[in-house]
Design a protein around this ligand. Structure first.
Ligand SMILES: C[S@@+](CC[C@H](N)C(=O)[O-])C[C@H]1O[C@@H](n2cnc3c(N)ncnc32)[C@H](O)[C@@H]1O
Length: 270
């Protein structure tokens, strides 16, 4: 149940009401990525930590950055729009239910803000970026991780093929991250309007799936977007069966289902 008083877009609200969907995606990255990579540690290691920083995470989700940040900084607070996410953090982690567009913190009160894989959900990204610069002390840092627009092309093609076979009317260009409003390609323009220094760092890895099931579980976490526009009688059972068929054929031919991933982080200095 979501009992937050903060207003939320209905997709964001449903998708992040609890940690369940995000946890499946995080576990899929941990288990099937090649080469193995700790993305959260890689993001955090872009900063020269001194061990005393006050850190606010905006859109902390299930909290994968909490412990690694605590290991590098003095004080960490996890913040999220979803009351369910905030509630589910481990009990010893300080937390706040917040909206990136209006942060309930004093001006110049934190040294580092983390806003990872979340800005594309924010309706007014300039308002959020202005809040980040207000709350950061001069010289403080924002880390904002996101995906490339051309992320996971093989997964997007698979989903498009399955949708097409079931007459789900989705345009091919809408399948992936290309239409996200904050990507590695288009994110610089927003951040450069608010921060004098913006640097971008990228990393490319892959998923290698030996069987269809983990792919279907991963896709299942965002199924609503497709099923909302599916013709009558087409539900998750039909979509999952179609995906299973396509993946079984692909793996029989290639021995695996390989998906290229491209993500990165903007490092911004106030
Ligand atoms: C894809 S998850 C990323 C979670 C975490 N940062 C990570 O990288 O694992 C996006 C998170 O942003 C949160 N979120 C969406 N809109 C938000 C907003 N306006 N303010 C604060 N959090 C928001 C969602 O509730 C969700 O927990």
């Amino acid at each position: 149940m979501n009992s937050s008083p903060l207003a939320q877009d209905s997709y964001v609200q449903t998708q992040y009401a609890t940690q369940d969907n995000l946890r499946i995606r995080v576990e899929t990255h941990e288990k099937y990525s090649f080469p193995k990579m700790d993305f959260a540690a890689w993001v955090l290691d872009q900063l020269p930590w001194r061990g005393r920083e006050r850190v606010l995470e905006v859109g902390c989700g299930s909290g994968i950055y909490a412990r690694p940040t605590q290991a590098r900084a003095g004080h960490y607070i996890g913040g999220d729009l979803s009351w369910g996410m905030v509630q589910s953090l481990p009990p010893d982690i300080p937390r706040v239910n917040l909206d990136a567009q209006w942060l309930p913190l004093a001006a110049a009160s934190v040294d580092v803000i983390l806003a990872n894989h979340m800005l594309y959900h924010v309706p007014d990204q300039d308002a959020a970026a202005a809040q980040f610069t207000r709350v950061l002390r001069p010289g403080g840092y924002l880390l904002a991780a996101t995906n490339a627009g051309a992320n996971r092309p093989e997964l997007n093609q698979l989903l498009y093929d399955a949708a097409a076979a079931l007459a789900i009317p989705v345009p091919q260009e809408a399948m992936g991250d290309a239409l996200l409003t904050f990507t590695l390609e288009n994110g610089h323009a927003l951040l450069a309007r608010h921060f004098p220094q913006v640097a971008r760092h990228e990393v490319e890895t892959a998923f290698i799936f030996p069987t269809p099931e983990p792919v279907i579980a991963y896709i299942g976490t965002t199924r609503d977007r497709l099923l909302d526009i599916a013709p009558p009688g087409i539900g998750w059972e039909q979509l999952a069966a179609q995906l299973h068929q396509l993946l079984t054929d692909h793996i029989a031919r290639h021995g695996e289902f390989r998906v290229h991933k491209k993500a990165g982080v903007f490092v911004c200095r106030r």
